[in-house]
Design a binder for this molecule. Structure first.
Ligand SMILES: C[S@@+](CC[C@H](N)C(=O)[O-])C[C@H]1O[C@@H](n2cnc3c(N)ncnc32)[C@H](O)[C@@H]1O
Length: 273
C-alpha cells in the first residue's frame, strides 16, 4: 500500500513537470480528445466522466457537445490548466483530483466514460478497467484511446525506457492498453461489449533537435528523466538515442520531422440489465 502511495506521489510530480499543455498545443494533440468525444457519441445531457483527464483533452470537447462532464486526474497542476482551458472555451465542467483505480463515484453513475491516453498510465490496468466499467450505467458507452506498441509512440516509449527510472514491479506496461487482445482481457466479465479501430495523428516538429527539446523539456516523464540524466552525466547517450529515433521516424532529408502516431480507439457498450 505504501509503495502504491509513493508511486502516486512520484506520478503527480512527474506529470506536473514540464509544460504538458504546451506540448499538446505544439503537437496539435487536442484534436484527438475531440475525435474521442465524437467517437463515443457524447450528446446533450449525457453525464460524462473523463478519467486521467490531464489538461482536459476529452473533457472540454465532451462539454462542448452538451455533456455534463467530470474530469478526474491525479495531478492538481494539470487540473488547474484544464480549468483555465474550460473557462477560455466557455464551458462548465467539474474537475476533481482522484485515482483511476479508485473512482470516487457510485456504480452506474455515468452515461459515458472516456479516457484519452490516460488510464494507460494507471499502474494496475485490470483495476482501472474495472472502475471504468463499474461507473457506467447499463447501456452506457466507453471510449478510450491509447498509443499502440507498433506505432511511433510505442517506439518512442521503448527508446526512452532504458534512460528512465525503472517503474515498480506492480506497474503494468502502458502500451498494453494499445493492444486489442490485452484490452479485451482487461474488460472480461465486466459486461462491456468492445469494438476497436486504429487511427493516427500526424506529429510535426521543425527539426529533430526541436522534437528532442519538446519532449525532454515539456513532457513530464521525459523532462524528469532528462533532469536526472543530466545530473548523472547520462544525458548525451539519452539525447543520441532520441535523435536516432526521430531520424528513423522521418527518414526524409528535410529539416521538418513529421510522422504518423498510431493509437487504438476502444469503444464499448455496457449491457442493459
Ligand atoms: C498522457 S497524460 C493524458 C492526459 C489527457 N487525458 C490527454 O489526453 O491529454 C496522462 C495523465 O494520466 C494522469 N494519471 C496518471 N496516473 C493516474 C491515476 N492513477 N489516476 C488518475 N490519473 C492518472 C496524469 O496525471 C496525466 O494527466
Amino acid at each position: 500500500m505504501q509503495q502504491l502511495l509513493d508511486h502516486q506521489q512520484t506520478q503527480r510530480h512527474t506529470w506536473a513537470t514540464g509544460d504538458y499543455d504546451a506540448m499538446m498545443r505544439t503537437e496539435g494533440l487536442y484534436a484527438v480528445g475531440a475525435r474521442l468525444s465524437r467517437a463515443a457519441e457524447v450528446r446533450e445531457g449525457d453525464t460524462v466522466l473523463d478519467v486521467a483527464c490531464g489538461t482536459g483533452n476529452a473533457t472540454i470537447p465532451a462539454a462542448q457537445a452538451g455533456g455534463r462532464v467530470t474530469g478526474l486526474d491525479l495531478t492538481p497542476e494539470l487540473l488547474a490548466v484544464a480549468r483555465q482551458r474550460a473557462d477560455q472555451a466557455g464551458v462548465e465542467v467539474e474537475l476533481q483530483e482522484g485515482d483511476a483505480e479508485q473512482l470516487p463515484f457510485d456504480d452506474a453513475s455515468f452515461d459515458v466514460a472516456l479516457s484519452s491516453f490516460g488510464c494507460m498510465f494507471a499502474p494496475r490496468h485490470e483495476i482501472a478497467a474495472g472502475e471504468l466499467a463499474r461507473v457506467l450505467r447499463p447501456g452506457g458507452r466507453l471510449g478510450v484511446v491509447a498509443w499502440t506498441p507498433e506505432g511511433a509512440m510505442g517506439d518512442f516509449f521503448r527508446t526512452a525506457a532504458p534512460h528512465m527510472p525503472a517503474p515498480p514491479p506492480f506497474v503494468d506496461p502502458p502500451l498494453a492498453w494499445g493492444q486489442e487482445d490485452d484490452v479485451r482481457e482487461l474488460f472480461e466479465g465486466t459486461g462491456l461489449t468492445l469494438r476497436f479501430a486504429r487511427e493516427s495523428w500526424t506529429i510535426t516538429h521543425d527539426s529533430v533537435e526541436a522534437a528532442v527539446e519538446c519532449y525532454t523539456t515539456l513532457f513530464g516523464p521525459l523532462a524528469t528523466a532528462r533532469q536526472l540524466a543530466e545530473e548523472e552525466g547520462r544525458w548525451p547517450a539519452f539525447e543520441a538515442d532520441l535523435t536516432a529515433l526521430f531520424e528513423r521516424l522521418d527518414p526524409s532529408s528535410g529539416p521538418v520531422v513529421e510522422f504518423p502516431a498510431e493509437y487504438l480507439v476502444v469503444l464499448g457498450a455496457k449491457e442493459r440489465t
